[in-house]
Design a protein around this ligand. Structure first.
Ligand SMILES: [Zn+2]
Length: 242
C-alpha cells in the first residue's frame, strides 16, 4: 500500500493538469462521470493516502488501496478505473477507489492531521494519543485520524529511530519520548519522500525488512503486532518496551 510520501509524488506529477479542463473522461468507475466533463481542475491535494482532485463545488477522492496504481501519459494493458484527458495529456487510475465528495474539500478533511501537511499540528497529535492510552504505539501510528499518511514502513522506521518497541503502550511511554516519536513520524516521512524521488528508499531502510540491527548488529525480530496485526520489525536489544 502506498504511504503518504508516494501520494505526494503523484500529486506533484499531476501539477501539469492544474487549472486545465477535463476534455474527456472514461473508465469503469461507478461515479457520475459526466459531472467532471468540461470542468476545470482547481487543484490537486492530498490527505494521507488520499489524492483529492478539487473542483469548484465537489472533490473526487482517489484511494489507491492495496493494489492501486496510475500512469501519466501512458497506459497499462487493462481497463482503468478512471481516465482523465486534458488538452496537454492524460492520467489513468487503476484498481483504486473513486468517490465524489460534495462541497469544498476542507469540509471533509482536517489537514492538521496529515503528517506531511504545512498545517500539521503536533500538539493535537499528542492530545489524540492521550485519548487512547491503552493502545499499542504500533497501532496508534497507523491511525489515519492521528497520523494521516503513515504506513507500515514509516511506522517501523520511526520507532527504530526513537528506540521504542512497537508493543509499548501509549500511556507508558514518557511524554518527551512520545513527542519525539510524533516528530519522527513526520521527519521520516520527508526522508522517505526525498529517498523515493532519488530511487534509493530501500537502501536507507534501517529496520524494515532487515535481518540484523544497523545499530548493534543483533538479529531483528519480525512479528505481527497490535490489534491491527501488521508486520513489525524491531531490535529487542535497542528498542525498549514501555
Ligand atoms: Zn539493535
Amino acid at each position: 500500500m502506498p504511504e503518504g510520501p508516494s501520494i505526494i509524488i503523484l500529486r506533484e506529477s499531476l501539477d501539469q493538469f492544474k487549472g486545465k479542463q477535463i476534455i474527456s473522461i472514461t473508465g469503469n468507475s461507478k461515479i457520475n462521470q459526466s459531472r467532471l466533463l468540461n470542468k476545470q481542475v482547481l487543484d490537486f491535494k492530498s490527505w494521507g493516502k488520499h489524492l483529492l482532485i478539487c473542483f469548484d463545488d465537489f472533490t473526487v477522492k482517489i484511494h489507491l488501496l492495496m493494489f492501486g496504481s496510475y500512469t501519466i501519459n501512458d497506459q497499462k494493458d487493462r481497463d482503468p478505473r478512471l481516465l482523465l484527458s486534458f488538452i496537454n495529456g492524460y492520467v489513468n487510475f487503476y484498481s483504486c477507489s473513486v468517490k465524489i465528495l460534495e462541497g469544498y474539500v476542507d469540509m471533509h478533511y482536517d489537514f492538521s492531521s496529515d503528517v506531511m501537511s504545512d498545517s500539521w499540528d503536533q500538539v493535537k497529535a499528542l492530545a489524540k494519543l492521550k485519548d487512547i492510552p491503552n493502545t499499542m504505539i504500533c497501532d496508534a501510528l497507523l491511525e489515519q485520524d492521528i497520523f494521516a499518511g503513515v504506513g507500515n514502513i514509516i511506522k517501523n522506521e520511526a520507532l527504530f529511530r526513537v528506540k521504542v518497541h512497537p508493543e509499548s503502550t501509549v500511556a507508558n511511554i514518557p511524554i518527551p519520548l512520545l513527542q519525539e516519536t510524533i516528530s519522527e513520524a513526520r521527519n521520516y516521512s520527508f526522508d522517505f519522500l526525498k529517498w523515493r524521488k532519488e530511487f534509493v528508499l530501500k537502501k536507507h531502510y534501517q529496520i524494515y525488512n532487515q535481518k540484523l540491527c544497523h545499530n548493534c548488529n543483533s538479529p531483528i525480530t519480525r512479528k505481527n503486532t497490535g490489534v491491527k496485526n501488521r508486520r513489525s520489525f524491531f531490535c529487542p536489544n535497542c528498542q525498549k518496551k514501555y
